[in-house]
Design a protein around this ligand. Structure first.
Ligand SMILES: Cc1ncc(COP(=O)(O)O)c(C=O)c1O
Length: 366
């Protein structure tokens, strides 16, 4: 029996029902645990490698991604962990030129200093031959431009050249797409965004079905220590139960917002992969189970973005995305390589009519 998304997220990672026990056990706060005085270390010895709250979250994420998951303190901890655990001096890594900018900055700083060369490739392609590349990291849809790439095709080409393939699944979430089924060796993601969705947790994860890679990342995390705390792991697991509901409303809101923006002469460059006519539309339809709530567009100038955000009553000026509150971010203010008036708008779960009315009024006011 295959369950639907809503059922899967509600039950993901929960222990079997037991009388007198909660559905989701509370966070276990422990640095050391009692050891068996005779036998020594068991399943829980010390909090850095072992925590049952974190393991339950990892079971949940692993179920959803179709592999084994390891939780990290943030998306960056997971991504940089994968890069550092798999790349050696003299290696080449292919990274998205239009993906999350901190990953590029890491490659252009730390990785370069370690003797690793980065090749930047636009998510929409064209993709170069991968001969001599150790690791290909894809980010699809790419943040913030929302281009999409064909994971199956790129993975096949990369594997033929002997490269490992990682996919950043942050924007899509495992309900939006399952990169491991599409041929990726490993998923990396920020769980800070839609996965947990309440703007109160930083979280990252790696998921893979490759036992060697899992063992390497387990050792990496145990030795470098970038773990999420028990309370954050518990909050994340608790939030996961509503992922299907949240994504559904976010996607509905994004469609309405994208249609509104695309119909306005004072807004340009509207991107949402679910909009027929969007350059990502056909691939996203073929590859993704659902389209996320993030829309991008250009208001022409930083001043107009500021006026729009001031006029809106529902859109929070904030970075990050995927949360239950609608928020918008002028990416250039963080150093992202985008136009001054470029906005990434993350639709929350407000009522669609309220959001459309608020955006219309805020745009009309500027
Ligand atoms: C696509 C993507 N990957 C990774 C990250 C990094 O995640 P975190 O902020 O949890 O470290 C982000 C953060 O915005 C992101 O958008």
């Amino acid at each position: 029996m295959t369950y639907g998304d809503g059922t899967r997220v509600v039950h993901a990672g929960l222990p079997a029902p037991e009388p007198d026990q909660p559905f989701l056990p509370g966070p276990v706060f422990a640095a050391p645990y009692h050891l068996d005085p005779q036998a020594g270390p068991g399943r829980n010895g010390y909090g850095r490698p072992d925590n049952p709250t974190r393991r339950a979250l990892e079971d949940a994420i692993g179920e959803l991604e179709g592999g084994e998951a390891l939780a990290f303190a943030s998306g960056q901890a997971a991504i940089t962990g994968l890069l550092l655990a798999t790349l050696r001096a003299g290696d080449t890594v292919a990274l998205p030129s239009d993906g999350y900018f901190t990953v590029r900055a890491f490659a252009e700083g730390t990785l370069r200093d370690l003797g690793v060369r980065a090749v930047l490739v636009p998510t929409a392609g064209p993709y170069p031959a991968f001969e001599g590349v150790r690791l290909v990291l894809l980010e699809t849809p790419a943040n913030p431009g929302l281009d999409v790439c064909d994971i199956r095709a790129v993975a096949a080409a990369a594997h033929a050249a002997g490269a490992l393939v990682a996919v950043d699944n942050t924007t899509a979430t495992p309900l939006g797409q399952r990169p491991l089924e599409l041929g990726a060796d490993v998923v990396v993601a920020s769980g800070t965004k839609a996965l947990t969705g309440h703007s109160d947790v930083l979280l990252g994860y790696v998921a893979t079905a490759d036992p060697d890679l899992l063992a390497r990342m387990t050792t990496w995390r145990a030795q470098t220590g970038g773990i999420p705390g028990a309370f954050d792991a518990w909050l994340a697991h608790r939030s996961l139960a509503t992922l299907d509901l949240r994504l559904s409303r976010q996607s509905t809101n994004a469609r309405a917002v994208a249609e509104l923006l695309a119909g306005r002469p004072d807004v340009t460059g509207v991107r949402w992969p679910g909009l027929p006519g969007d350059p990502s539309y056909a691939l996203a339809r073929a590859q993704m189970g659902r389209i996320p709530g993030v829309v991008s567009f250009d208001l022409g100038s930083a001043e107009r973005v500021g006026a729009f955000l001031t006029a809106s009553r529902l859109v929070f000026a904030a970075t990050s995305f995927g949360g239950v509150h609608t928020s918008a971010d002028r990416r250039a203010q963080w150093g992202d390589d985008t136009a001054p008036g470029f906005v990434r708008l993350s639709c929350g779960i407000e009522d669609t009519d309220d959001l459309v009315a608020d955006l219309t009024a805020a745009l009309d006011a500027t």
